[in-house]
Design a protein. Structure first.
Length: 118
């Protein structure tokens, strides 16, 4: 099994999850558990930083679909940031840029959240 890990931090009341390694069917439950815990706590502003992610499968993509509607129904969003070209290509092929706000950098995603609240 390929290595996968996440770290979680908070910036200006925005919860940021950093992804590292390979997100596939074997590792997707790790991310699902982490996002699920934030959702259960009522956290509605989430950024997922892909800077350290080397690979994503369709199972990894599915994790985001599990939560997006629930978070948006509560007035929040999941923004995706700092994807490598290889990872972005997978998202793009499946039409995810039409469903999710994908930014070039984490800072861009933070600005979008803070602009929405001012």
């Amino acid at each position: 099994m390929a290595d996968f890990s996440t770290t979680h931090r908070t910036v200006q009341s925005i919860h940021i999850i950093d992804l590292n390694g390979y997100l596939d069917a074997h590792t997707a439950p790790i991310l699902e558990k982490e996002i699920g815990a934030l959702v259960e706590q009522g956290m509605n502003a989430i950024i997922v930083n892909f800077r350290g992610l080397d690979y994503i499968s369709s199972a990894g993509l599915g994790v985001f679909m599990v939560f997006i509607e629930q978070i948006r129904d509560r007035g929040g969003d999941i923004k995706l940031a700092a994807m490598t070209e290889k990872v972005f290509t997978v998202f793009d092929l499946l039409g995810f840029p039409m469903l999710f706000d994908i930014t070039d950098t984490e800072d861009d995603a933070i600005v979008k959240f803070t602009a929405a609240t001012t």
